[in-house]
Ligand binder design. Structure first.
Ligand code: ZN
Length: 151
């Protein structure tokens, strides 16, 4: 067994230092802002759709390493996915960080790199950092204009 905890921390640090898809998306079909007052994380997510498929997505914002790396991994993971697939991943990810995945989370191949956030379940205050990007994505897809907060 490799040291998963160390590996996970490496991935999170890498994505927080060098966030992927960190830009404003010109001509985005949807965008929304998210705010986590507990930690001060702010994020804007941009999405381009072709029918029900996410053809491109990006984000900008400022926040802690967990919220930034979670947004970065979200954009990397969801590009090319359908809205149904994105929704299914949201539910799996939510269960993972809430510690409701019954211990088999890291083995779920659909989660892929998102499994690096399994350790967040041990730190309830960090769950909102990890899920902010996902709540913001949902809000953007629903076309909600107001800023979504984790409160
Ligand atoms: Zn945070």
């Amino acid at each position: 067994m490799p040291d998963l905890r160390g590996l996970y921390q490496e991935v999170i640090l890498d994505h927080s230092k060098k966030p992927r898809n960190y830009r404003v998306l010109e001509g985005a079909d949807h965008h929304a802002e998210g705010y986590n007052p507990l930690c001060g994380d702010r994020i804007t997510i941009y999405i381009k759709l072709d029918n029900d498929r996410i053809t491109d997505l990006s984000f900008q914002g400022s926040g802690c390493a967990i919220s930034t790396s979670s947004a970065s991994l979200l954009t990397e993971t969801l590009k090319g996915k359908t809205l149904d697939e994105a929704d299914a991943l949201f539910k799996k990810f939510h269960a993972l960080v809430m510690g409701e995945a019954n211990g088999n989370h890291a083995g779920d191949p659909q989660l892929g790199k998102l499994a690096v956030f399994s350790g967040v379940a041990e730190f309830p205050v960090r769950v909102k950092c990890a899920t902010l990007a996902w709540h913001t994505l949902r809000s953007a897809l629903k076309g909600e204009e107001k800023t979504v907060t984790t409160e």
